[in-house]
Design a protein around this ligand. Structure first.
Ligand code: SF4
Length: 362
């Protein structure tokens, strides 16, 4: 049953009541994965773990877009930044992610023109203001950000810009869930599904995954009551042996999602196989630029060779993104790898699991 808590999603009394119900219902050790990095941060920030019984393990999943971006893509971003007459436009999280030999931040310090933007529309504006240069927006994100980047390309098309490009490293969530389940080392009893991705794709997008694996799945939001309500529904499904696909975030998520945003995605992108850090190449999980929008493709325009490169030695980001290790099981955590000196992307990103553990756990 979904309870509509309306505006009471930060009410401590409701949180305590939900936590008590979870404790009373949980009848065995269970492992729940919060797929999304925003959930990981929210769970730490609100102290949700301290409210749950020891029998419930919360695992972080592959839902931080910067963290799952393949090392080869990071290296390609660096290679692009080194090109003459190129302006790189990127969200800030990517700046410090270490590639094989450099990072965007280091390239910027060495003289490359790398600009942090807050919206892909800012990158379009940069292109209009710098017609003698080529502006490349680094498209990293899931279904949440892809529509806005698609809309930016539509805008660039209207302006007939010939100096605006997008490196599309976008990924989609449902194929990653199936890829996780194919990994024999992964043990998950239920999924806390991402609220913001689901605003766009709707709960129905998970139906094929649910039908294939019959694991409890609940879409939920990011406030304490949202998260606890999602956990309670998962625990109830497991206790009763009645797995389901539920929506504990009805104030934002519908069955069908945002039709307009999905239409933009369909117009601009076409599914492709994509490499994920930790999960390898997942068929149909990427978003390439398609049709009339292929002209914006930075990889094709700059004839970039994106080849597989090894991940940082000793870094366990891959296992952490699959929920088979926690940051404290990485030998580099805290002693070598810190937010000031990140070895892997999970320590850099504001949604990274290692960054969350570093900041909130002792
Ligand atoms: Fe990688 Fe650092 Fe996390 Fe270890 S602590 S997995 S090195 S990001």
């Amino acid at each position: 049953m979904t309870i509509n808590y309306s505006k009471a999603y930060r009410n401590p009394e409701i949180s305590r009541s939900l936590a008590a119900q979870i404790k009373a219902t949980c009848n065995r050790p269970i492992r729940l994965m919060e797929v999304c990095g925003t959930h990981t941060m929210a769970i730490f920030r609100h102290g949700i773990r301290s409210l749950l019984p020891d029998d419930i393990s919360l695992l972080s999943g592959p839902g931080c877009p910067v963290c799952v971006t393949a090392q080869a893509d990071i290296d390609a971003f660096v290679a692009l930044a080194r090109r003459e007459q190129v302006i790189i436009a990127t969200f800030g999280d990517l700046m410090r992610v270490p590639g094989s030999g450099s990072s965007l931040q280091k390239e910027s310090a060495a003289g490359a023109d790398v600009r942090v933007v807050y919206s892909p529309m800012d990158a379009v504006r940069l292109a209009r203001e710098n017609l003698h240069k080529k502006v490349v927006f680094l498209g990293v994100g899931f279904e949440t950000t892809a529509p806005t980047i698609g809309a930016a390309m539509m805008m660039a098309r209207q302006y007939e810009l010939e100096n605006f490009f997008v490196y599309s490293a976008h990924k989609t969530v449902p194929p990653a869930l199936a890829a996780l389940m194919a990994n024999p080392d992964v043990r998950i009893d239920g999924f806390i599904l991402p609220g913001h991705v689901s605003v766009i794709i709707g709960t129905r997008a998970y139906q094929p995954f649910f039908d294939a694996f019959r694991l409890p799945c609940v879409v939920t939001g990011f406030e304490p009551v949202d998260i606890l309500q999602g956990v309670l529904q998962l625990v109830q499904m497991l206790a009763q042996g009645t797995p389901g696909l539920a929506n504990a975030y009805p104030r934002a998520v519908t069955d069908e999602g945002n039709a307009q945003a999905r239409q933009v995605m369909t117009q601009v992108f076409t599914p492709c196989d994509a490499p994920w850090r930790g999960l390898g190449v997942i068929p149909g999980s990427g978003l390439a630029l398609g049709g009339a929008f292929a002209v914006f493709d930075a990889v094709a325009h700059f004839d970039l060779q994106v080849t597989e490169t090894p991940e940082p030695k000793g870094c366990a980001c891959g296992e952490i993104l699959c929920g088979t290790k926690t940051p404290s099981q990485c030998t580099l955590f805290r002693n070598v790898c810190t937010p000031m000196n990140p070895v892997g992307p999970c320590m850099v990103s504001s949604e990274g699991t290692c960054a969350a553990y570093y900041r909130f756990s002792t």
